[in-house]
Design a protein around this ligand. Structure first.
Ligand code: FMN
Length: 201
């Protein structure tokens, strides 16, 4: 069988990811091309996963924003490792990323927060993410309270809302092929370079 056609081995996997993401963004059938599953774990290894949006892609890593007191926020603080999965169904492509977590710089989080609509900014202040609430009305009341608190001024970034990035040590590209004979290539960071290997499907 011929060599896999999904990658150029001389390519940095972050550049290759950038190409795949651009293809996903250009695909009209994909409504959330930046949606990714974020898996975290407690220090004793109990995993949890949820979707977040990729908001900062750089040569360093994959950045996203959330409430730092949420379940994911607490797990990331106690155990700063994470895995990400992208699946773009119309393209039949998957990317898996594993790495360590670092906070995004405050100034970057400030800029991104400032770029969001006011309703989302007030929502970030009002939501005690991942904690139980008595009734939906409690959230609405808190949003109204925050609206009054910040009336006539711009809404600052809440102290409980920030960004992280996954600094990858492993990135795997997968493309669906007939008869489950999918193509997989895994890149592993080896010092300052990336080594790659192809995997059985
Ligand atoms: C398409 C999509 C995008 C989402 N984007 C984010 C996001 O960027 N940040 C975030 O905190 N939650 C986002 N969520 C909500 C999370 O999946 C999750 O419900 C929330 O962050 C609480 O997770 P936790 O209790 O594990 O901390 C998104 C959900 C979906 C379905």
């Amino acid at each position: 069988m011929s060599e896999p056609s999904i990658y150029d081995a001389s390519m940095n996997p972050l550049d290759l990811f950038g190409e795949w993401l651009a293809e996903a963004k250009a695909c009209p059938a994909i409504s959330e091309p930046t949606a990714m599953t974020l898996a975290t774990a407690t220090p004793d290894g109990t995993p949890s996963a949820r979707i977040v949006l990729l908001k900062a892609l750089s040569a360093e890593g994959f950045g996203f924003y959330s409430n730092n007191q949420s379940r994911k926020g607490r797990e990331l603080s106690d155990n700063p490792k994470a895995a990400l999965v992208f699946y773009w169904m119309p393209l039949n492509k998957q990317v898996r990323i594993e790495g360590v977590i670092e906070p995004l710089p405050d100034a970057q989080a400030d800029d991104y927060f400032a770029s969001r609509g006011r309703e989302k900014q007030l929502g970030a202040w009002a939501s005690v993410q991942s904690t139980p609430m008595q009734a939906r009305g409690d959230l609405e009341a808190r949003i109204a309270e925050m609206g009054a608190r910040f009336a006539g001024m711009s809404v600052p970034r809440p102290p409980h809302w920030s960004g992280w990035q996954v600094i990858p040590h492993t990135i795997e590209f997968w493309i669906q092929r007939d008869f489950r004979l999918h193509e997989r290539v895994i890149f592993r960071r080896d010092g300052s370079r990336w080594a790659h290997a192809i995997l059985y499907p």
